[in-house]
Design a protein around this ligand. Structure first.
Ligand SMILES: C[S@@+](CC[C@H](N)C(=O)[O-])C[C@H]1O[C@@H](n2cnc3c(N)ncnc32)[C@H](O)[C@@H]1O
Length: 363
């Protein structure tokens, strides 16, 4: 497993939570969505009761947290929420999900895992929507209070869930299904709240697909597949080709598996991976619309890994083709690592870049 190249520090919301250990009483506690550095910080500040369960939404964090579970006293680490009410938690401590619908869905699913008397503690930043989150919790719980405020974050507690409220961990009611057509090829895309470009076709993605109309590569890897639109479209254009799709996000993977199913792709072609960590095959073509955010923060690490590590997974003559906002510093990165690369398309807002490895030798 890959090690972090540099240690991250605890997020402002974890720092806020850590100064209130009295609110995280021992008992059956579930931590949702926290990264390992935040969990380490909470542990150091007596805010992670021994025997707590942890649910990670990012596969890389899941892998690292699993490795630290014993030293942190964590009893179980899962990738995404369990489906059943096997555990009735007294308290869920939640790192605020992004986006109104994703928050609503997250709170409903988490509430389904609580005991009757269970409560939810949510820490989040103002710019991530902690105020609307408070309102959303107010529709589900009789009592909602802000316990603390600092560092542009708030800590909100919701107790006494409305007994009449129907809650479930089931994702079924949240799925959307839409058809998108790019260059005469239509794909049915399934998505969930919180997944990138939910219910829409991203302009950058469309531009990237338009450059692939004549592509006949037979082995393709879609990195950061989101709802699976790129992989599904490539499969529809050339059903005989092998397409693998990877993402680190639990909800994205659930959506992409369903998109794969709808487009007659095998669902085991969709799997969790932190960039290339779990990829064992090599490919003629690697495609991506890489992220440049993590939560509300700008982050270039995934894009950098996408570019710099691609070579080792490409067959001789293979290509990495990806789309990015024009203002992102990919030309500098490409110059630093490759003697030759091309801008395939540039519409002023987005650019599609390509790197091709030598036909004869594989580095
Ligand atoms: C800009 S979205 C593109 C989604 C999809 N390919 C599309 O075009 O609609 C980037 C995707 O990368 C995923 N991602 C972010 N970090 C990642 C990582 N470390 N490893 C794999 N995927 C990652 C995100 O979850 C997100 O689905």
């Amino acid at each position: 497993m890959r090690q972090r190249s540099k240690p991250m520090s605890a997020s402002p919301r974890a720092q806020l939570l850590a100064r209130s250990p009295q609110h995280v009483a021992a008992g059956a506690v579930l931590f949702v969505g926290w990264n390992t550095d935040d969990l380490l910080h909470l542990h150091e500040n007596d805010c992670l009761p021994r025997g707590s369960a942890v649910t990670c939404t990012h596969f890389g964090e899941y892998e690292v947290t699993r490795r630290h579970a014993e030293s942190l006293g964590i009893s179980q680490v899962a990738f995404d929420l369990p489906d059943s009410r096997a555990n009735a938690f007294e308290l869920a401590v939640v790192d605020l999900p992004q986006g109104r619908e994703a928050r609503e869905m997250g709170f409903h699913r988490i509430a389904a895992l609580l005991a009757e008397s269970g409560s939810v503690l949510v820490a989040g930043e103002t710019r991530s929507g902690i105020k609307p989150a408070r309102t959303a919790l107010g529709e589900m719980f009789a009592s909602v209070e802000t316990l603390d405020n600092a560092r542009r974050c708030a800590l909100v507690r919701a107790t006494q869930r409305n007994a009449s409220l129907a809650v479930s961990t089931d994702l079924e009611p949240w799925f959307t299904e839409q058809a998108f057509t790019v260059a005469d090829t239509t794909v049915t895309v399934c998505s969930l709240p919180g997944v990138f470009s939910h219910g829409e076709l991203d302009h950058g993605t469309q531009l990237l697909l338009e450059t692939l109309v004549d592509d006949v590569s037979m082995n393709v890897l879609d990195v950061g597949c989101g709802c699976g639109i790129i992989g599904a479209w490539l499969h529809q254009r050339e059903p005989g080709r092998r397409v693998e799709m990877i993402d680190c996000d639990a909800l994205a993977l659930t959506a992409a598996k369903r998109t794969a199913q709808r487009n007659n792709l095998p669902t085991d072609a969709v799997y969790a991976s932190d960039v290339y960590d779990q990829v064992s095959e090599s490919f003629d073509l690697i495609v991506s619309n890489p992220p440049f955010h993590r939560g509300v923060n700008t982050a270039h690490d995934v894009g950098e890994r996408l570019v710099t590590e691609a070579v080792s997974l490409l067959n001789p003559g293979g290509r990495l083709r990806f789309v990015a906002n024009s203002f992102l510093p990919y030309p500098r990165l490409l110059d630093a690592h490759f003697p030759r690369w091309k801008t395939i398309e540039d519409d002023g807002k987005f650019r599609v870049y390509e790197v091709r490895v030598a036909a004869a030798s594989r580095r």
